[in-house]
Design a binder for this molecule. Structure first.
Ligand SMILES: [Zn+2]
Length: 121
């Protein structure tokens, strides 16, 4: 099935998806911001195990935070590309990206062919 370019309604649908995930990510980063501070636990009231627990949780929070930051950048880039009229066009082969693919991943900047080629060179 040939991939057709998106119509305005489809672009608007994806734009609102991008904006709501952008807002969700920003809220998530604000709320995890406090948990990525150095672990300062009262040694007397908590045991060693819960301190290790706290450090592990903190490391997970940092990893989540980095993932969220990366995703946020991709979302911002996608919104910029909507504004400049380049959205839904593959950055590599310049073919249109399928709407179904963008519904699953509205920040995708490569078509499915180029994406799998970049993952399995
Ligand atoms: Zn492509």
């Amino acid at each position: 099935m040939p991939v057709t370019e998106l119509n305005q309604q489809q672009i608007e649908e994806l734009r609102s998806m991008l904006i709501s995930s952008q807002q969700a990510l920003e809220e998530q980063m604000l709320s995890t911001g406090s948990s990525t501070k150095p672990v300062t636990l009262d040694q007397q009231s908590v045991g060693r195990v819960s301190r290790i627990d706290a450090i592990q949780q903190q490391q997970m929070a940092i990893a989540n935070q980095q993932q969220a930051e990366q995703l946020l950048k991709r979302i911002e880039l996608a919104l910029l590309r909507i504004n400049s009229g380049e959205y839904a066009t593959c950055l590599q082969c310049e073919e249109p990206i399928a709407f179904a693919r963008l519904q699953a991943q509205p920040y995708a900047s490569l078509c499915i062919g180029c994406q799998s080629a970049s993952e399995n060179p």
